[in-house]
Design a protein around this ligand. Structure first.
Ligand code: 3PY
Ligand code: MG
Length: 264
């Protein structure tokens, strides 16, 4: 069975960088898998990606040498089970705001005795180049569980959430976090309440031995976050990268309607 090299990197305290895949297109996923990112997260929360497209995308991402992850649409056992059973090597769970929600995410992602994931499927084992029996035995040690801290309620409950056993990393959703504070959604800001929240969650995560993660807009911001000790860094999305380059090209030639490129 293959080793989840991103999970191993995080456990060693090293940074890993990836991006979000928002296009419902395994061909785009295949090409992105060769760009050199450590991992690629198939976006099922806010993008029009169905499970069949996601399953094929997990396979081509893995074949390209990157770790295939999925952001599930919501924190439910059904969502988590289905992406793991179709070949994701890990999950990113949105909007985890309480200890009970964190426990539910872990229970859905881990087999007994650590959780309640049910037995079944073929693509999970194929994705790790192994047989089902070996997968069931070893999956708990390879599946990456990342929970999102993206609401003030989660910041307040950070200690109760991040002390749940079975979580590998937390991941800040800066847009929802700003929004939950009544502020304009943004990938970053120097707003004091926002910066204090980040510092608090980072310290609590470290206390519980978790890798810290955050979504950023570009490579320079990723470098800054890595220097601060963040280890699970998402840079924008493939759509954001495609459109910002397209926009730059059109602008250079004086073309275009003046509409802003999608950044994420
Ligand atoms: C957010 O910024 O809210 C996100 O969910 C980023 O992934
Ligand atoms: Mg969010």
């Amino acid at each position: 069975m293959k080793t989840n090299h991103v999970r191993a990197k995080l456990k060693r305290g090293e940074p890993s960088v990836g991006t979000w895949l928002t296009l419902p297109d395994p061909i785009a996923a295949r090409l992105m898998a060769q760009a050199g990112f450590d991992w690629l997260t198939v976006e099922l929360e806010h993008a029009p990606v169905n499970l069949e497209t996601a399953a094929i995308s997990f396979a081509v991402i893995e074949a390209g040498g990157a770790v295939p992850l999925a952001r599930v649409p919501w924190n439910t056992g059904e969502n988590i089970k289905r992406v793991l059973d179709t070949g994701a090597w890990g999950i990113v769970v949105p909007m985890v705001n309480s200890r009970a929600e964190a426990e539910a995410a872990v229970a859905a992602a881990r087999y007994a005795p650590r959780g309640q994931r049910t037995i079944g499927g073929q693509l999970h084992a194929a994705s790790f180049h192994t047989d089902a029996a070996t997968y069931y035995q070893r999956a708990n040690d390879e599946i990456l569980v990342v929970i999102m801290i993206e609401h003030v309620k989660a910041v307040e409950a950070a200690d109760a959430i991040l002390s749940v056993s079975g979580i590998d990393a937390f991941f800040i959703g800066p847009n929802d976090l700003h929004h939950s504070m009544g502020k304009k959604p943004a990938f970053d800001s120097d707003d004091q309440e926002y910066c204090d929240a980040l510092k608090h969650v980072f310290a609590v995560g470290r206390k519980h031995g978790l890798a810290s993660g955050i979504h950023v807009l570009d490579a320079a911001a990723a470098q800054r976050r890595i220097a601060e000790g963040y280890q699970f860094i998402a840079i924008a999305s493939e759509t954001g990268m495609m459109l910002s380059k397209a926009r730059e090209t059109a602008d250079f030639l004086g073309l275009g309607s003046g509409r802003a490129a999608v950044k994420y």
